[in-house]
Design a binder for this molecule. Structure first.
Ligand code: SAM
Ligand code: GLN
Length: 285
């Protein structure tokens, strides 16, 4: 049996990743091999007996080695799919999570009924995944996207170009709403950092390698919600709404902050596929 076939290399790499306790071992092995071969993952199955060149094997082994060091696949291949779109990703941005699609989808559903121009503010845009995907689904939407990280904004700008929405999006470097002074929006969205500072030491190794400024939500994880809930009403039109992603077990606390603030008339909680409360939405009074 030849050692350098696609089939053999996949088996070998999967075994190494499994032995290191990576639970997506086979998937990761396939995605990384497809990346080396510049092909689709499913194409590997059609060519299982194909032999790799020594150069390809070297590149593959190098990638597997880096994956064993717990570098996420998205950082190794430089992209991640979100809402069916393939976003460019570097270690300067948080890797967009499937759970966050609940936020993008919910916002799209609520905005679909409008035929006029819709204005969106995205606070902490990172790779731009949420607001760029919303713009791709809603032709009548425009967005102002803010991030405190200039390097993240470079990636978000690259993605806006990649998906042809540069004429409908503006990027601002700054703290939360500060660059948007005096503006009004139909919806304010945010997936803010929400991990408790005390939990930052015990992150899964893959997450620990993501920008900490994208993760740390302060002592109780709620710092950004306090500021956003306090400021958002000034930036919303009368029938506008706020939609924020929340961490597991944070929805009740965030709903309470909204009620205590008194500027919103009603709230909704949207669940993710695992039935976990994932997004809190609130309509302005
Ligand atoms: N929206 C992206 C997503 O969902 O994949 C990224 C979300 S990430 C959890 C939070 C983002 O907020 C990071 O890009 C981080 O740089 C940004 N951020 C952190 N503090 C901020 C602040 N004070 N003002 C604006 N953005 C901030
Ligand atoms: N969803 C990320 C995680 O669980 C956290 C992102 C955030 O803080 N918004 O690792």
């Amino acid at each position: 049996m030849k050692e350098n076939t696609i089939s053999k290399q996949l088996t070998k790499a999967t075994a190494k990743l499994e032995a290191a306790g990576i639970d997506t071992a086979r998937l990761d092995a396939e995605v990384l091999l497809a990346y080396v071969l510049n092909s689709r993952r499913l194409a590997l199955y059609v060519h299982v007996a194909k032999e790799l060149t020594l150069g390809q094997i070297k590149r593959y082994e190098n990638l597997i080695q880096r994956r064993l060091e717990r570098i996420p696949v998205a950082y190794l291949v430089g992209h991640k799919e979100f809402m069916g779109l393939n976003f460019a990703i570097t270690p300067d941005v948080l890797i967009p999570r499937p759970d966050t699609e609940v936020l993008a989808q919910g916002v799209i559903e609520h905005l679909q009924e409008y035929s006029r121009e819709i204005k969106i503010a995205d606070i902490g845009t990172g790779s731009g995944a949420i607001c760029i995907s919303i713009l791709k689904f809603l032709d009548n939407a425009t967005a102002d996207a803010v991030d405190v990280s200039a390097r993240a904004l470079d990636i978000a700008r690259f993605n806006a170009e990649k998906f042809n929405v540069t004429d409908r999006i503006n990027f601002y470097e700054g703290d939360l709403f500060e660059p948007l002074a005096g503006k009004k929006f139909d919806v304010v969205i945010s997936n803010p950092p929400y991990i408790l500072s005390g939990d930052m030491e015990n992150l899964q190794p893959e997450v620990a390698g993501e920008p900490h400024i994208a993760l740390d939500g302060g002592a109780d994880g709620l710092n950004f919600y306090r500021e956003i809930i306090d400021a958002a009403p000034d930036f919303l039109n009368d029938d506008g709404f706020l939609a924020v992603e929340v961490g597991e077990n944070q929805a009740d606390a965030v709903v309470k902050l909204i009620k205590d603030g008194g500027a919103f008339s009603y709230t909704q909680v949207w669940k993710d596929l695992a039935n976990i409360d994932r997004v809190v939405a609130a309509w302005k009074k």
